[in-house]
Design a protein around this ligand. Structure first.
Ligand code: GDP
Length: 365
């Protein structure tokens, strides 16, 4: 399953946020692909389109799509040199698909800050440098091995060394791999290095509970936003403490509490949506009377691959996919009306699935 790792210095609010995630969390039984582990929280992706589809189809049950958050606690300065449980945590980061970097933007004299004062930019730099050191190490080792072949004139090796040199240069200037522009061929060259700083990142600015409504006035949040903008990264502002309280509530109680706080949506829901986007994922739907369900695929997936997310047999025996765009289905109000209007297409093996497609697969068994 796809996963987002929660990282950050100690005492910034990671566990508080992770507890909110597991409390609000999904019924893991619905998602057999998900890991059962105390450090993994499964979240359902909020999607208004499911509500509309439910009104049209009136199914027995509705299943949103889901992904995992992994709590990666314990990253401290010196981790790349083996301080603390350094290498173990770097190994956990290697396994996730994207990173949610929690930074402390709340003042609280009762809660120690590891660096002595609240300073989100310096915190971000501390974590980034640990990951960069580790990547620098991987790249240097690889260069040593590849240089010989490059000298002997092996074409692939020459390309590889040039890519590695560019990365090394960035690392030595304190810049992450995601800041280095690589084309598809170059990306392929470094893929098996499993670099930590090549993973997409979003920042989670954790503010005090009485600041959530006016978080944009918080000076620390401003700094985090400025920094994120230079990387083209997103920032999600939350109060982890408030989220852990919201996660205890359901339905109307939750709605009322959010209104009291002046919020349209919980911070956790915003975080889930942004993280899903960060993973480069899109959603297609199946809509039968038994079940309306959202499924996750990567952008660019063809119809058989999309069918394979439901079951490998669907992919192996794929014949065609009856497909209607979500907007068309909603505009015409029913599957039959959309069919009469010629909006339901029969798509074959080469069809690239779009976000929001409502699909019915035909397959051989
Ligand atoms: P971690 O080390 O990053 O996992 O941090 P924790 O989640 O354990 O939080 C450290 C301390 O900060 C705990 O005492 C939390 O209750 C507190 N904390 C977390 N979020 C907030 C917040 O939004 N406001 C305040 N005042 N305290 C918070």
């Amino acid at each position: 399953a796809l996963s987002v790792g929660i990282v950050g210095l100690p005492n910034v609010g990671k566990s508080t946020l992770f507890n909110a995630i597991t409390k609000a969390g999904a019924e893991a039984a619905n998602y057999p692909f998900c890991t059962i582990d105390p450090n993994v929280g499964v979240v359902e992706v909020p999607d208004e389109r499911l509500t509309k589809l439910t009104e049209i189809v009136v199914p027995n049950r509705v299943v949103p799509t889901a992904f995992e958050f992994v709590d990666i606690a314990g990253l401290v300065a010196g981790a790349s040199k083996g301080e603390g449980l350094g290498n173990k945590f770097l190994g956990h980061i290697r396994e996730v698909n994207a990173i949610a970097h929690v930074v402390r933007c709340f003042e609280d004299s009762n809660i120690t800050h590891v660096a002595g004062k609240v300073d989100p930019l310096s915190d971000i730099e501390t974590i980034d440098l640990e990951l960069i050191f580790s990547d620098l190490d991987s790249v240097e080792r690889r260069i040593d091995r590849t240089r010989k072949s490059a000298k002997a004139g092996v074409k692939e090796a020459i390309l590889e060394v040039s890519v590695l040199e560019r990365l090394k240069d960035a690392f030595e200037n304190g810049k992450p791999a995601r800041s280095v522009e690589l084309d598809d061929e170059e990306k392929l060259v470094v893929r098996d290095l499993h670099l930590l700083t090549i993973k997409p990142v979003l920042y989670v600015a954790n503010v005090a509970e009485d600041e959530v409504a006016n978080a944009e006035e918080n000076q620390y949040v401003k700094k985090v936003r400025e920094h994120a903008a230079t990387e083209g990264a997103e920032v999600v502002v939350i109060s982890a403490k408030v989220e852990s309280e919201i996660a205890e509530l359901e339905g109307e109680d939750k709605q009322m509490f959010l209104e009291e706080l002046g919020l349209a949506e919980s911070g956790l829901d915003r975080l889930i949506k942004q993280a899903y986007k960060l993973l480069g994922l899109i959603t297609y739907f199946t809509a039968g009377v038994q079940e309306v369900r959202a499924w996750t695929i990567s952008q660019g997936t063809k119809a058989p691959g999309a069918a394979g997310v439901i079951h490998t047999d669907f992919e192996k025996g794929f014949i065609r996919a009856e497909t209607v765009a979500y907007d068309d289905l909603v505009n015409y109000g029913s599957m039959n009306a959309a069919k009469e209007a010629g909006k339901v297409r029969l798509e074959g093996k080469e069809y690239v699935v779009n976000d929001g497609d409502v699909m019915h697969f035909r397959f051989n068994v």
